[in-house]
Design a protein around this ligand. Structure first.
Ligand SMILES: [Zn+2]
Length: 253
């Protein structure tokens, strides 16, 4: 079990509603304050056994919660350092994000959506979809992106989550069961509804079966089909779930 999950167990957390981020901060010696911040999303000033965390109060509540948990991640792993975290560095799985920020994101995800609570809830819903994300967000009070990433990691179906901005792939993550040869294309295929979502024609595409070569540039991709579903999260950013249904795609070569 990860350090954040151990902490929750020590505190006797048995349901998502028990994850009280300020109380957890207090328990670890970190005071969490909410103030308008410009240019950064969160910061931590720590010395000895005490820290003060400031979270940007202008962000949406789910984002503030994730930022607070992210700063607690710095408090756990990078104690003694004062850090300022930029909006682009929090909840960003892109490869270019600094390693310390990804560590703090991992801690935040474990604290807000621990596997021992997330997996049973996601299993009950039984699907990797944006409807499932909405249900999970109500329970865990987390953002669409952070919840969708978790659903791919610990969800009931084998899936990939791909993020695109303006016709270019920004990042992706996948279930552990997906072999590395399935590496998503940079661009969007015209056969996919994702393009319409990115262009703002529709906010959300329906769950539909599509040939895998729309998403993967491999010689054998056209032999397979998978489910896609795309959701627009900002004016120029979309998330797509690709749900793998063909066991042959999951075989290691
Ligand atoms: Zn950070």
């Amino acid at each position: 079990m990860s350090p954040a999950e151990n902490l929750l167990k020590d505190l006797g957390v048995t349901a998502p509603k028990d994850i009280d981020i300020e109380a957890i901060g207090y328990h670890t010696g970190a005071l969490i304050k909410y103030r308008p911040l410009s240019g950064c999303e969160g910061r931590i000033i720590g010395a000895n056994n005490r820290a003060v965390i400031t979270v940007n109060s202008e962000a949406i509540p789910a984002r503030q919660r994730f930022t607070a948990a992210h700063e607690l991640g710095h408090w756990h792993y990078h104690r003694g350092r004062s850090l300022i975290c930029l909006p682009d560095e929090i909840s960003n799985p892109a490869k270019g994000t600094p390693y310390t920020e990804r560590i703090a994101d991992g801690y935040a995800a474990d604290l807000l959506m621990p596997q021992f609570l997330f997996t049973p809830t996601a299993d009950q819903i039984g699907k990797v979809s944006f409807a499932a994300v909405e249900n999970l967000r109500k329970e865990f009070k987390t953002s669409i992106t952070a919840t969708a990433i978790r659903l791919v990691e610990y969800g009931p179906e084998i899936a990939m989550l791909v993020c695109h901005t303006a016709n270019r792939r920004k990042w992706f993550c996948r279930s552990h069961d997906i072999p590395e040869r399935w590496f998503p294309r940079d661009d969007l295929d015209t056969a996919s509804d994702a393009m319409d979502v990115l262009n703002g024609k529709i906010k959300h595409s329906s769950h539909m079966l599509i040939a895998a070569d729309a998403w993967f540039d491999r010689w054998d991709a056209k032999k397979y089909e998978l489910y896609e579903e795309t959701y627009r999260i900002t004016d120029n950013e979309i998330l797509t779930f690709l749900v793998f249904k063909d066991d042959e795609m999951l075989e290691e070569h």
